[in-house]
Structures are given as C-alpha cells and as structure tokens.
Design a protein around this ligand. Structure first.
Ligand code: FAD
Length: 424
C-alpha cells in the first residue's frame, strides 16, 4: 500500500524541521524523510540571522533587522528578499515559542546581534541562542575560561588569550580533571554523557571552588549534559556563587544535538512521521506536478510515497543536496537546474571575502517554487525549496545559515500546505 501525505519534506536539517513545524501547526499529515542527519551536529546550535552586511564587512551588525530592508532592496535574489520580512519575523517568533514548549528555551531577538565566544575565543555575532548561553561576555569584568583535561580539541589558555585581545575584562583560565578513568581523549558528546551523572558534575564543582571563581563569569564548553542543562547550570551557579555561560565546542556539537533532538521529539509528538537513513531514489511527475517519490530501503525495495506537495530541504554541497562535478553542480533529488553557478566560480578561489560556491543553488520565485534560472518560469508547481539548497547567499561570510534555514523552511512549509506565506 502506498503511503499518502499532505506534504513530504525531504531533509532533516533546520530547514526541513521548520517546514514540518509550519505544516503540522496547520493540522496536516506530514512526513520528513532524509538520507542522513542534518548539519545540527556540526553547527553551534545558535540561530544566526544576519551577522555581517554587506557580507564582506568586517564589523558585525549591531541591529540586523535594521539592515534587512537594505539587503532586500539591494539583493532581490537573496533568500531573505524572496521570503519577505513578514514571514521571516513569523518564523523567528514561532521558533522562540516552540523552543519553550519543547523544553529547550531559546532567547534573543532579530533586533540585536550578541557577540558569543567560539571555542577558539573569537567573538561571533548571533541573534537567537539557548538561555544557557544568555550571559554577555562583552559586559563582564571577570571571566574564567574552564578547560576539561579529558576533552579533545579545546584549549582554554588559547581561548582566553584570544578573548583578552577583544575584551577589556580580566580573563583567566583554569583546568578541571573529571577522572573518568577512560584511557583516551573524549569528544564533547562523550563528556556531556558523563556529566549526566551528579557525581561527575560534583567533581567539576569541587575543583572550581578551589580555583576561587566566586563572583566571576565562568565560560564552560557546552558539555554540561546531553539534555537541556538549565537546571544543572543553576545548581552550579548557586554552589559556586558565580554565573555560568555555556559556549559551543568543535563538532560534535552538544548544543546542536540538543536542538535537533528536542525539535524531532516535539514534531513526533505533534504527529509528524519520520523516515531517516535512505536517499530519495525515484520521482514521478505528471507534467509540472510531482506525484510521488520513492525511497530505496535497506532490503532494496522502493517505498513509494504520494503527497500533494513536497518541500526540498536537502542542504547545500556539504549535505549533498547539491553535488559538485567537474564544471557543473547538480541538485540531487529532482535534478533541478542550479543557478548562480557563474558567480560560484571565483576568480580567486582563496579569496576570504567571499566563498562564492555558496551562492550556487536552486533559484525560486517569492513562493519558493523552483524556477528556470534567469526567468520566472515555474518548473514544478507543488515543490518548494528551503534552506541551504537555495541560491543567492553566503551563509558563512554573512552569518545567516540557520536564519535562512529557519525562515525559508517555515515559508516553504506553509506555502506547501496553505498557499499562504504567513499564518496571520
Ligand atoms: C561547521 C558548521 C558550523 C555552522 N555553524 C553555524 C552557526 O553557528 N550558526 C548558524 O546560523 N549556521 C551555522 N552553520 C550553517 C548552518 O548549519 C546551515 O546553513 C544549515 O544547517 C542549513 O540547514 P538545512 O536544513 O538547509 O541543511 P542541512 O542541515 O544540511 O540538512 C540537509 C538534510 O537533507 C538530507 N539530504 C541531502 N540529500 C538528500 C537526498 N538525496 N535524499 C534525502 N535526504 C537528503 C541530509 O541528510 C540532511 O538531513 C554552520 C555550518 C557548518 C558546516
């Protein structure tokens, strides 16, 4: 028997989940299918709206929303221009609300970029972040960067050294050893798993007491438990009489993991179905309408799935939603034409002002339906494109990756089930 849905969303990244959220809130039958995990597990878990504009500007925007109008006026092909201000605002507001309902509350606003420390001690602008990261290093007088001896890829002295160059505060670093008795270096997820145990957390607290951190802001890598760590942080703050800021680590990212797991659980509870682990291997059209897709499962059988509409949220080159061949870039599910490839071939490949291959992607109209590059000719009426598959922006240079994924996913999901671009 064929499976039938109102909408099938292809891709389990933030764009796909945001599309599923918009669709399920309209009481539709929704399936998310993906060949693998989204980029959550590598990324910080922050939702960057717009860090820099123009993209190659060196100075982070203080108020990204103020610059959005200018970006929309100057760059008609940018995804934010196609999505529109109203839908972007709706997507951010629904995400903040949902984050509370799913038990991983986020905070922040589109009107402000907050400078957050990276694992290397760089200050990076972002707009929405978990409440466990809601402490401002830029307003602190005394900062302690905490390293964990067993943890790979984090060097508190290096992070502290870099932060000193950017902040006026007194910045020190300290080490704690968790004495886990495992004879190898551990990654952030391993440490976070160990930190689920009260006894291990107590070792951290006892050593920090000796480091005399009272009254300071403690910057600790985001490893204080794999689940939402609000309660843990509150307890540590009370015991040490200081404030604690969690900041993202190198992959695997526990903050990203928490966001992915909480969103998926929330969507499942609302009734969204998931099939993860197999690529889309078959597509059937009737003229400009996609009728069904097929997924080849482990047994080699093709599972056929019908839907009224489809959201393509398969990511960019990194997730193989787009695949780079010598001289061309292909979209991997529907074989849609990829636009802005001209701009994607930089004169100087190592030009750090713009990593131009990011501009290549599927071109769409304002409804996010795919169009033939250079025209407004709609290729398929019931396919909507979201996230890093879209053409026309550089998420890394302008710092807009999850912002575009969230907003375009929301609009694509809503267009797919209602034909409208906001729920109001
Ligand atoms: C290391 C790193 C750090 C980052 N840090 C940040 C950050 O701090 N803040 C920020 O805002 N942005 C950040 N970004 C950017 C951000 O992560 C991306 O812009 C965002 O994840 C894009 O989401 P997406 O849903 O479009 O795609 P993805 O998250 O890439 O998801 C694509 C999905 O599609 C699936 N898929 C692909 N091809 C197929 C197929 N043929 N069939 C079925 N499924 C398929 C994949 O398996 C996956 O589930 C970072 C990116 C990287 C690489």
């Amino acid at each position: 028997m064929k499976m039938t849905y109102d909408v099938v969303i292809i891709g389990a990244g933030l764009a796909g989940y945001s599309a599923a959220l918009a669709a399920i809130k309209n009481n539709k039958k929704v399936l998310v299918t993906a060949k693998g995990l989204g980029n959550f597990y590598s990324a910080s878990g922050y939702i960057d709206f717009l860090g820099y504009y123009p993209a190659n500007s060196r100075k982070p925007l203080q108020n990204p929303k103020n610059s959005l109008k200018e970006l929309i006026g100057n760059n008609p092909k940018h995804p934010y221009s196609l999505i529109g201000e109203k839908a972007i605002e709706a997507a951010f507001s629904i995400f903040l609300q949902t984050s509370k309902e799913m038990g991983l509350p986020y905070t922040g606003t589109m009107d402000e970029n907050v400078l957050m420390p990276s694992a290397a001690g760089a200050l990076i602008p972002t707009s929405l972040y978990p409440v466990t990261a809601d402490k401002r290093v830029t307003e602190t007088h005394e900062l302690f960067v905490v390293g964990i001896k067993e943890m790979a890829d984090f060097y508190p002295a290096y992070a502290a050294h870099n932060l000193k160059k950017q902040l006026k505060a007194s910045i020190k670093h300290t080490w704690v050893a968790l004495e886990l008795g495992i004879g190898r270096e551990l990654n952030s997820y391993d440490i976070a798993l160990a930190m689920e145990k009260a006894e291990i957390r107590q070792r951290l607290v006892d050593q920090l007491k000796k480091a005399a951190v009272k009254g300071s802001l403690l910057a600790i890598p985001a490893v204080l438990g794999v689940k939402a760590s609000q309660e843990t942080i509150k307890n540590i703050e009370e015991e040490l009489e200081c404030r604690v800021l969690e900041f993202p680590t190198l992959p695997p990212s526990v903050m990203g993991y928490r966001l992915a797991e909480n969103l998926k659980n929330y969507l499942e509870l609302q009734g969204v179905d998931f099939i993860v682990g197999h690529p889309v291997s078959h597509v059937q059209y009737d003229g400009r309408i996609c009728k069904e897709i097929g997924i080849t499962t482990g047994s080699g059988r093709i599972k056929k799935i019908k839907a009224n509409s489809f959201v393509l949220a398969t990511g960019g080159v990194l997730s193989e939603g787009l695949f780079v061949y010598p001289g061309k870039i292909k979209e991997t599910v529907f074989g849609l034409p990829v636009g802005m490839v001209q701009e994607a071939v930089p004169e100087n490949f190592f030009n750090m002002d713009e990593f131009s291959i990011s501009y290549a992607g599927v071109m769409t109209n304002e409804k996010l339906q795919p169009v033939k590059p250079g025209t407004q000719e709609v290729l398929y009426e019931n396919i909507y494109i979201a996230g890093a598959t879209l053409a026309g922006y550089d998420p890394f240079i302008e710092k807009s990756g999850n912002g575009v994924a969230l907003a375009s996913g929301y609009k694509a999901g809503l267009m797919a089930v209602t034909g409208r671009d906001t729920d109001e």
